[in-house]
Design a protein around this ligand. Structure first.
Ligand SMILES: *Cc1c(COP(=O)(O)O)cnc(C)c1O
Length: 383
């Protein structure tokens, strides 16, 4: 059997598959098993911000694995110590402690538990169209009856309010509210950009009521939106959830929090959380982000990309919006067919909801590669 047949036969079919077999990647390019080259505008949904096949990260992983690949956080470890210090030094506001985990959903699970434990309150308010992962706790915060329905009952205590609507949030927030959980830009929900004024008001009402503001930067983090963390353009959170691009493509998540977060010893732990291999990858990846000034690159190239996209003459396009290299093209019709056509033209993009084409290229993408993507979009959407 070939690769596709094997995966279809032996894996649970929960992923909507695209009909290619990817076998290689370098920078902002991907390669299939026929040797066909693609420009990557997906970055594994925001994982590969530093591009594919980075040598510095590969070397760090290799060397750390030979030195000490695993070390449960019951024991101290110098690589984990350095990463914790580094993340706190880079984090906005008063985020001064870190909990390490292995994925975005786990970072959200941690944040929800920390908020409940630290406030003694139970309710969490999140947003319609928000996406926070699919484990049981995170799923309750994620919007979408289609995700939740097969798995009811959901964890109680979650409320959803319309995004960017302060009045509705104000009504929902009460005596028993532990936290408000929001993405600065809703990724899965259609590349919907948070309004600065809204976030400022949310920050104020949280402060006035002793409610934690949890910002989910699993997708927007690590330079994607033009600053290392998108919240630098908004407000300081009490809890910041990170994952996807944290460790240069190695699975890792982290929850950063202020010293208002207090949880009992042993109440929340993870076997692989903070393992030295992932920590070494994260340190190397952060080194690349700093050295190559990727947040600034995302800002400049994002502006260029948006300008070029706005030049496309097409009556299929309803709206183009973005922040840095996180860009959404909303169509007046379903976008699935165009995603397929782009793939045949050698450009890999994502959907965000049924009608939005989402572009999340590695931040190392070049101007020439962006031009090629714009040309393909013109051909596919034009007229
Ligand atoms: C991807 C994502 C998650 C979930 O991360 P997983 O690693 O897939 O569990 C949570 N929040 C946001 C904003 C995401 O984009």
């Amino acid at each position: 059997m070939n690769t596709k047949e094997l995966e279809n036969k032996y894996e649970l079919s929960v992923y909507p598959r695209r009909d290619i077999v990817l076998v290689g990647g370098k920078g902002a390019r991907l390669y299939d098993d026929d040797g066909k080259e693609y420009i990557d505008c997906a970055s594994n949904v925001g994982v590969s911000n530093i591009g594919h096949g980075n040598k510095a990260v590969a070397k760090a992983i290799y060397e750390q694995y030979l030195t000490l690949g695993n070390c449960y956080s019951m024991f101290y470890n110098p690589v984990r110590a350095r990463l914790a210090e580094k993340l706190v030094s880079l984090a906005p506001g008063n985020l001064n402690q870190v909990f390490f985990c292995n994925s975005g959903a786990e970072a959200i699970e941690g944040a929800l538990k920390f908020a409940r434990a630290s406030t003694g309150k139970q309710e969490i308010i999140s947003a319609m169209r928000g996406f926070h992962g699919k484990t049981m706790g995170a799923l309750a915060a994620t919007w979408g009856p289609e995700y939740q329905k097969p798995f009811v009952p959901m964890m109680p205590g979650l409320k959803h309010v319309p995004y960017n609507n302060f009045d509705k949030l104000q009504v929902a927030l009460g005596e028993n509210t532990a936290a408000v959980l929001l993405e600065p830009v809703q990724g899965e929900g259609g590349v919907r950009i948070g309004l600065k004024q809204y976030f400022q008001k949310v920050r104020n009402i949280c402060d006035a009521n002793g409610v934690f503001l949890i910002i989910d930067e699993v997708q927007t983090g690590f330079g994607r939106t033009g600053t290392l963390f998108a919240c630098e353009q908004y407000v300081n959170p009490d809890i910041l959830c990170l994952a996807k691009s944290l460790a240069g493509g190695i699975p890792m998540g982290a929850v950063l929090c202020t010293d208002r977060v207090k949880v009992p010893v042993k109440s929340h732990t993870s076997t692989f959380g903070g393992n030295p291999t992932a920590c070494a990858a994260a340190l190397a990846s952060l080194g690349v982000i700093e050295k190559e000034e990727l947040p600034d690159r995302a800002k400049k190239l994002g502006n260029y990309f948006m300008k070029e996209l706005r030049g496309i003459q097409s009556n299929r396009i309803r709206d183009i919006r973005g922040l840095g290299l996180m860009i959404g093209i909303e169509l007046k019709e379903k976008a699935g067919q165009y995603v397929q056509e782009l793939m045949h033209k050698g450009v890999i993009v994502l959907l965000a909801g049924a009608t939005v084409i989402r572009l999340l290229p590695p931040l190392v993408i070049s101007r020439e590669e962006i031009d090629t993507v714009v040309k393909a979009l013109k051909e596919v959407l034009g007229g």
